[in-house]
Write a protein that binds this ligand. Structure first.
Ligand code: MG
Length: 377
């Protein structure tokens, strides 16, 4: 049964952010490396844990996912304080601009940005291989110096990109819950800030909608079914629907292998990144075992291929973490994750803000202390 207005499970929110970050950290050192080169360096089974010069270091995938989560919590606090919504996409764009500017991107100073607490975490503001389409779109938006006014929209495409960056940061769009349809739309609109092609947006809708169901208790097949049904109601869904169908069908036909995975593509486009993340998550589940075994297996399937390993690791981690909670992340990986404390803090903020009893004073408004925690000032 679809979990309608049930509150999100705090541990599934934590799992979603944590496993996504771990998938990013596992995949980043082998991003765009060929399968042959991965095997040559790491042995026949490929990467089996953190590697590279800074083991456990996250990259732009996690940075943008966390800024998305923070901006959505800020939007919720604002809506509760003033009784009006509608500022969500402006806060998201503001957050992305603060992120881009903080890592030295030459864009003009923006008025009244709310970078929040994340901006004080150096690993989240340093340059970690940000995508070209994302930066170009943000530069364009920055020219207007109106960070709270979204430039890229679903019906006013900012470019023709269907790169994976829009879907990779979309999972937190499922933490609050305006219904499957509303969540799907929010995922698409958030992606549209930087990615103009429908195939750059619809996979973000799928991941957002699936995450919304998962953190409210659904299992993975049910969450994907609901998201896929919503996808089919949207225009221009063919490419994304074909990628998702291929992933689900491939996961049913036998044990996973990198060669089989690569028949889904490389993950540089959003439909492929979604497909590979879904494939890895489904394969890990069908092999059985406990949450930690499933999480470890899924993340390693998701990063060992010749493509955009940190993007696909991140998507797979979001799904398995949202399904199985923080236990999906092996303790050693969690302990050695670069931004573990920031992830735990933000997950707590999201769980409270999107939970059944968000912090409120005697008049039912968010208290100043909560505002300070969510906005950082
Ligand atoms: Mg990256």
């Amino acid at each position: 049964m679809p979990p309608s207005a049930a509150p999100p499970d705090p541990d599934r929110i934590l799992g979603c952010l944590l496993a996504g970050a771990v998938g990013d950290a596992l995949g980043a050192p082998v991003e765009a490396m060929s399968l042959a080169a991965i095997r040559e360096r790491h042995g026949p089974y490929g990467v089996a844990g953190y590697t590279g010069p800074a083991p456990g270091a996250i990259s732009d995938e996690t940075q943008l996912t966390l800024f998305t989560a923070q901006a959505l919590a800020q939007a919720s606090v604002r809506a509760r304080a003033r009784g009006i919504g509608g500022a969500t996409l402006g806060l998201l764009q503001s957050a992305y601009l603060a992120w881009a500017r903080g890592q030295g991107e030459p864009i003009p100073e923006q008025p009244s940005l709310s970078p929040g607490r994340l901006a004080s975490v150096p690993a989240l503001m340093s340059r970690r291989g940000p995508g070209r389409a994302t930066l170009a779109a943000l530069r364009k938006a920055a020219e207007r110096q109106k960070p709270g006014w979204p430039l890229g929209k679903v019906d006013e495409p900012i470019n023709g990109s269907k790169g994976s960056a829009g879907v990779v940061r979309a999972a937190p769009c499922g933490f609050g819950f305006p219904g499957v349809k509303g969540t799907f739309t929010l995922g698409c609109e958030a992606a549209a800030l930087t990615h103009g092609d429908p195939s750059g947006q619809l996979p973000a809708g799928v991941l957002a909608a699936a995450t919304a169901s998962l953190v409210r208790g659904a299992d993975l097949p049910a969450a994907l079914d609901l998201a896929a049904a919503e996808l089919l109601r949207r225009p221009h869904h063919r490419e994304t629907a074909a990628a998702l169908d291929a992933a689900i069908a491939l996961a049913r036909t036998g044990p996973p292998s990198p060669e089989r995975l690569e028949s889904l593509g490389r993950g540089f486009t959003a439909p492929e990144a979604l497909a590979i993340g879904v494939y890895a998550a489904l394969c890990a589940e069908s092999a059985g075992g406990g949450a930690e075994e499933i999480g470890r297996r899924g993340l390693l399937i998701a990063v060992n291929h010749s493509g955009d390993s940190d993007s696909t690791g991140s998507v797979c981690g979001n799904l398995l973490g949202a399904r199985h909670g923080s236990r999906a992340v092996p303790a050693g990986w969690r302990d050695a994750l670069e931004v573990g404390a920031a992830v735990a803090d933000l997950a707590e903020v999201c769980a409270l803000e999107f939970g059944p009893n968000p912090p409120a004073d005697e008049w039912g408004e968010p208290p100043m202390s909560w505002h300070m925690r969510v906005f950082g000032s």
